[in-house]
Design a protein around this ligand. Structure first.
Ligand SMILES: NC(=O)C1=CN([C@@H]2O[C@H](COP(=O)(O)OP(=O)(O)OC[C@H]3O[C@@H](n4cnc5c(N)ncnc54)[C@H](OP(=O)(O)O)[C@@H]3O)[C@@H](O)[C@H]2O)[C@@H](O)CC1
Ligand SMILES: [K+]
Length: 478
């Protein structure tokens, strides 16, 4: 598990660590790690050309010290400063002693690697002044880009990109993950992430005095551990039964997709309740079908909403599910019906997971804005539900403020029916007994990984996600 830390907490931990170490030693470690990664990206040494983009803070100093190490290895290092009058003097002197040079942008030659040391966690607001042409230069160059700590132009806490921003191939992150590397546009700009251990984690854990960091990124091992494998004594009821109230005469496909993924999350059986029963059974003969939620019998969790429509029967299904005493996932039309029926949520005793995309979120909770983590947390606190805010990097927030940032996913998942698959899978993980926040985060992870797997074979449609999900689950649990 990786903790993800807001800038204020990273600063506080950094101050404590720094206090116990000789002056400059953290920066020396940072520079060493950057130089090692730069050489790995260059693939060769002598004669290679590196261009450093240097800002006026410590991010720029990191770049200059790393550049000095590269220059000592025979690499031709040029540095361009956003403001030559404000670069770190000692770091520039170190670069010069090693043979590197500070030059104006107009004289920068072709480079084999660009190092972005313009802004790190000291960034605030959109890029100003002289930084803009430097970022443009990096975008226009064919050279790969290594960003130090954070791609410049990305907000460290939210991942928002409000103007020009560096698009990195690799980001060497100092000390601890920041939210901006994992969420919003920042995830796209960061490229491959490497974290340099600067000894901050013990301090960060101590600072919060929490068993878990408030924001986490799940890794593959945790996902595998969350997927409870059935034991030899399990029957279809001990493994959990999930109910699906989705689809309608107009949208039977949503029911098929939602049921299709609900079958895969480790449950013993799926019950379907709705007007697409005929289509569901034709596609999935093992599913137990009824017309209404009331007739469906006992389940351990429900999914309600995909393709449900807005008829009086749709409202009945929603009421039936939310009136039950088992966990429920509400998606799509279910979310839209909730807008006028919020008391259905507040009256609930069991857990609820809401899975909105941005427009559905806005109808229920107001605009998402640029801080997706804050938006999901606000909605979770307000509704008392786990909120899974879909996006290129999905955010799952629990009512007490704990969050998961999903590391998997691809733009290929933005396709019709993809959300039906995610909702069904989330419901079956809930029915299998996984805690609501973890179930939602696990479903987002598997859905994203399945999307990436399916995309390897060409353009993805939602039906392709079902075999890809099976393959993903098999790869994780065997
Ligand atoms: N974490 C750790 O343990 C370690 C961290 N280390 C490193 O330190 C970095 C943080 O350094 P930092 O605090 O000096 O801030 P940094 O990001 O260089 O920027 C400050 C400058 O940017 C400017 N500026 C701000 N916004 C701007 C904008 N939108 N557009 C234009 N300019 C803008 C701002 O200008 P001002 O507002 O003052 O006019 C100021 O001059 C961190 O990311 C990591 O690389 C490692 O060395 C070792 C251990
Ligand atoms: K940077």
């Amino acid at each position: 598990m990786a903790g993800v830390w807001p800038v204020a907490e990273i600063r506080a931990a950094e101050d404590r660590v720094r206090a116990g170490l000789p002056e400059g030693s953290l920066m020396a470690r940072a520079a060493r790690a950057i130089a090692v990664q730069a050489r790995a990206m260059l693939g060769f040494g002598y004669g290679a050309r590196v261009l450093l983009l240097v800002g006026s803070g410590d991010n720029g100093a990191d770049a200059l010290y790393a550049g000095a190490q590269l220059a000592r290895r025979g690499i031709a290092v040029q540095a361009v400063a956003a403001d030559p009058a404000r670069v770190d003097g000692a770091a520039l002197a170190a670069l010069r002693r090693a043979g590197g040079r500070l030059i104006p942008l107009e004289r920068a030659g072709d480079a084999d690697l660009i190092v972005d040391g313009l802004l790190g966690i000291g960034a605030s607001g959109p890029l100003r002044g002289a930084l803009v042409p430097l970022v443009r230069h990096a975008s226009d160059s064919p050279a790969p880009v290594l960003a130090i700590d954070l791609p410049s132009g990305v907000d460290p806490d939210t991942g928002a990109v409000a103007g020009p921003a560096v698009r990195a191939d690799v980001t060497v992150c100092m000390g601890a993950l920041k939210p901006g590397l994992l969420v919003g546009a920042g995830r796209l700009h960061a490229g491959r992430l490497l974290v340099v251990d600067l000894g901050l984690h013990a301090e960060l854990a101590g600072l919060t005095e929490l068993a878990q960091p408030m924001i986490r990124r799940l890794d593959e091992d945790e996902i595998a551990a969350a997927l409870l494998e059935p034991g030899p004594d399990d029957d279809k009821y001990t493994r959990g039964v999930v109910g699906v109230a989705a689809g309608s005469q107009a949208y039977p496909g949503a029911a098929q997709l939602c049921v299709g993924s609900a079958r895969l999350g480790g449950v013993g059986a799926v019950r379907y309740a709705g007007h697409a029963a005929h289509e569901v059974v034709r596609r999935w003969p093992e599913v137990l079908v009824t017309e209404t939620v009331a007739e469906a019998g006992r389940v351990q969790a429900w999914v309600v909403g995909p393709g449900l429509g807005s008829t009086s029967d749709a409202v009945k299904s929603l009421r039936g599910v939310l009136g039950s005493d088992v966990p429920a996932v509400v998606d799509a039309d279910g979310l839209n019906l909730l807008v006028e029926r919020r008391q259905l949520l507040s009256d609930r005793g069991a857990a609820t997971v809401l899975t909105p995309h941005d427009r559905e979120f806005e109808r229920l909770f107001g605009p998402v804005g640029t801080d997706r983590i804050a938006a999901a947390r606000r909605a979770a606190a307000e509704s008392g539900a786990v909120v899974l805010l879909k996006g290129y990097a999905t955010v799952v927030a629990e009512p007490d403020g704990h969050c998961y940032l999903n590391p998997t996913g691809t733009a290929a998942l933005a396709t019709a029916g993809s959300g039906d698959v995610l909702a069904g899978l989330t419901g079956s993980l809930l029915a299998a007994g996984i805690q609501p926040g973890l179930a939602a985060a696990t479903a987002a992870y598997l859905h994203g990984a399945a999307g990436a797997r399916a995309a390897q074979d060409g353009p993805v449609v939602a039906s392709d996600l079902l075999p890809a999900l099976r393959a993903e689950l098999a790869a994780l649990t065997t």
